[in-house]
Design a protein around this ligand. Structure first.
Ligand SMILES: [Zn+2]
Ligand SMILES: [Zn+2]
Length: 376
């Protein structure tokens, strides 16, 4: 296995790069060598993987700290595993993987002595959206409301009552960090009084209770690409919460849930349908209307069709996500034996049975032959 390159080197950022720098560098690099732009270029694909792996670690404060301290052995990073199918143009794979770090940011915990003084990127947000089977198959444009924390209008985000100013934190004297312990074991932690801000608010802004932000309802419109599947994620860049001190906005991750269909089942781009037909249709053959997602198509079921026979309708399946091809519709025929027959119908069937010579039923014939001689 080739020697791994240093993650900072991979993203081209200095070791003290801020979260915002890392995010920016990652986006830039991911765009440059995205596999879609370099089809059949193995090395671009490798670089893309490398960049994603570096970002996965460096964008997570916890993993980054362990990496800084112990190198590749540090974080339980799992190499290139775990980060499936990220795509800058908008679709993630089924698992996004890094929501833990998002929650850490939301609740301000677990980040240790991270720099809080410089620009901070805004939090990423997640939105669960349910769409119909057809919307997933054909694509759609959907508007939706969501809430995000934005800077408070009254105090402009400072948290201080309008007319007053936040004051330098007495605990850390404005540095945002406190030192604990002595000798070999000095640890630097985020100041608990000001939570790393370096400032405290004496008189709180009444509009936001001193938090500096307010929950606001926003409306966004997302283009759902044709072919998206249950559990996949669409990323709306920059639609998350606003960054602070000039940091970039977070992103909005839309996780798509696809409602099941009454008739069709989906496996990737293949559409499956179970269709009942009568014993007469199966025996004689029949022209039937097979439902598809758009409109029914005429199809000839051949004479002698058996239960569970499969018929493939090319191109009547699901559109490939980000591709031009379409999957197939696979129809499984269920031959239904009639119940509640009238006396007349039963008589017709008896006549049919009486007229059989044996060669009409291959399976039964071979069964009878195997049976011969067994009980003599
Ligand atoms: Zn306020
Ligand atoms: Zn402080």
């Amino acid at each position: 296995m080739a020697k791994k390159r240093d993650y900072y080197e991979v993203l081209g950022v200095p070791r003290d790069a801020s979260e915002a720098d890392i995010k920016r560098a990652y986006r830039q690099k991911a765009k440059e060598c995205h596999p879609d732009l370099h089809p059949n270029d193995k090395s671009a694909e490798e670089r893309f993987k490398e960049i994603n792996e570096a970002n996965e670690v460096l964008s997570d404060a916890d993993k980054r700290a362990r990496y800084d301290q112990f190198g590749f052995d540090g974080p339980a990073m799992g190499g290139s595993g775990g980060f499936g199918g990220f795509d800058f143009s908008g679709f993630g794979g089924a698992g996004m993987g890094s929501f833990d770090s998002i929650f850490d940011q939301l609740f301000g915990g677990a980040m240790g002595g991270q720099r809080r003084q410089g620009p901070q990127p805004g939090n990423d947000l997640r939105f669960d959206m349910n769409i119909s089977f057809e919307e997933a198959a054909f694509g759609a444009e959907k508007s939706f409301d969501f809430f995000r924390n934005e800077s408070c209008d009254s105090c402009d985000g400072s948290g201080a009552k309008p007319g007053t100013q936040p004051q330098t934190c007495p605990t850390c004297k404005g540095s945002g960090q406190v030192r604990a312990g002595g000798g070999f074991m000095v640890t630097v932690r985020t100041c608990p009084t000001c939570r790393g801000e370096g400032k405290i608010v004496k008189e709180k802004c009444p509009a936001c209770s001193g938090s500096g932000h307010m929950r606001k309802k926003r409306t966004a419109t997302v283009k759902i690409p044709a072919g998206i599947d249950n559990g996949q994620t669409i990323i709306m860049n920059g639609q998350g919460e606003p960054g602070t001190r000039g940091g970039p906005n977070g992103d909005l991750y839309i996780r798509v849930g696809v409602k099941p269909h009454k008739l069709f089942k989906r496996e990737g781009t293949t559409l499956r349908l179970d269709m009942p037909i009568s014993i007469t249709q199966a025996a004689l053959g029949a022209d039937v209307d097979i439902p598809t997602l758009k409109s029914p198509v005429k199809y000839h079921i051949p004479e002698g069709t058996q239960n569970d026979d499969l018929f493939r309708l090319k191109g009547y399946g699901i559109q490939q996500l980000q591709g031009s091809g379409k999957g197939d519709l696979v129809v499984r025929v269920r031959v239904e034996v009639p119940r509640k027959l009238s006396e007349k119908q039963k008589e017709l069937l008896r006549q049919l049975e009486d007229s059989t010579t044996g060669k009409e039923y291959e399976g039964r014939k071979s069964f009878m032959e195997k049976l011969k001689g067994m009980f003599n």
